[in-house]
Design a binder for this molecule. Sequence first.
Ligand code: NAI
Length: 287
Amino acid sequence: MDMHGKTAFITGGASGIGLAIAQRCAAEGMTLLIADIEEGALAGAAATLRAEGATVFTYRLDVADLDRYRAVAAAVIADHGAPFLLVNNAGIAWKAPASAATPEDWRWTISVNVLGLGYGLSLFVPAMIAGGQGGYVLNTASITGLIVSPGGSAVYSASKHAVVAISETLAHELRPHGIHVAVLCPGSVATNITDADRNLPADLTPDALSSAAAEERAFTRSFVDNGIAPAAVADQAFAALAERRFYVVTHPEYRDEIETRHRQIEAAVRGEPASDVALLAMAKQVL
Ligand code: NAI
């Protein structure tokens, strides 16, 4: 996998997992095209990366803002061509339960985590195909794209299941074009995601969101703060790209929950009764 001199476009690249992926790309000798909604963090990340010797271009972008995304993608393609590695990573975690989520909880989460990712694909993948150079797409989902959690994560979990489904179909579509797709499904990672509401859109006020999500913050903080380092996630993602693996599951401790879920589905396919106890067993607190 020779990425030297190639470009990587990374959304949510100013913090956490996205920044670690950017650093990993820089270590491969790639040119970094980093997009993020947070202007100050973007400037700070660019300064850090440049101090480490990277070539960096930054783009202020809310991935849910289609007009802005169109303009950014057009500028990227005009100046650098289609990215060789497209990393759809920007995301927010807001733990609203299905039974108490407000319409605004749904709108915010789905617009960033699903539409924002879809826009990235719409705006870059046709140019990647047309360029004929092959390449890579790395989509950041979550372990909760594979299992669900009892802690009110329905809205977030729905968005991450969507990312997994989109990635699975995209992998088939892009294989004939030599573009490898991988989906990143991390468990807890020590990042700034607990304070995702620092990037609340201007047309949303905190009181429009479910108070249950705010009450979950203490759990989310301890989950995230005890997480693995973002650099370890980036290393695993790159190893998967190099070996052309699809699922990147960074936390093997969720194996029982994943297997239990699949056994439930297989039992249903065979017409066997599913056990409620087993269903509960698959529900571990995740983000
Ligand atoms: P983070 O908060 O440290 O980084 C997320 C970055 O995305 C920030 O720089 C933020 O400014 C940016 N961002 C947020 N909304 C945006 C928008 N509308 N447009 C453009 N940029 C936006 O959090 P982290 O953990 O690095 O999150 C990255 C991805 O990893 C997310 O998709 C998240 O769902 C996923 N993830 C994180 C886990 C964790 O434990 N930290 C676990 C599983 C998945």
